[in-house]
Design a protein around this ligand. Structure first.
Ligand SMILES: [Zn+2]
Length: 142
């Protein structure tokens, strides 16, 4: 188990002159599975396994701590789509329960799988943009 970096951020003149990181751009690039820094290199080397570093700019991805947040966010997003949809269809058409289960369960499963990697990428992009964990260390310029 790795130790969490507990060193406090020391504010100095250099702190304000570091490169600006666009949060929305980093979220978008991460959602697309791209490096939040350069937007070109791949962020993942497997379905949910982040690569160690960007192949284009060399950004180190090992400090990310996405943990369970992507899964929680996917549950919230998919739940907010599927539950109102199920309630609306039930109140408007009242189809048989077996038919509803045959549609909602695979749809929920597929939507969750499709969103999991992009949401994890966005979380890693957000952590990079906010300089969380070890992402505050400067990397070589691309
Ligand atoms: Zn990169």
């Amino acid at each position: 188990m790795e130790a969490v970096n507990t060193q406090p951020i020391t504010w100095s003149q250099d702190t304000g002159t570091r490169e600006k990181r666009d949060v929305w751009l980093a979220l978008k690039r991460g959602f697309q599975g791209r490096c939040p820094r350069c937007g070109e290199g791949k962020l993942f080397r497997a379905f949910l396994k982040a690569d160690n570093a960007c192949s284009v700019c060399g950004q180190d991805f090992t400090p990310h701590r996405a943990d369970d947040l992507p899964a929680y966010l996917v549950i919230v997003i998919v739940g907010h789509i599927m539950v109102p949809l199920a309630l609306m269809i039930e109140t408007e058409y009242a189809p048989p329960v077996a038919l509803q289960l045959a549609i909602y369960l695979p749809l929920t499963f597929a939507a969750s799988l499709l969103l999991l990697q992009p949401v994890k990428g966005a979380v890693i992009g957000l952590q990079w943009a906010l300089r969380m964990h070890g992402f505050d260390e400067e990397n070589p310029e691309p």
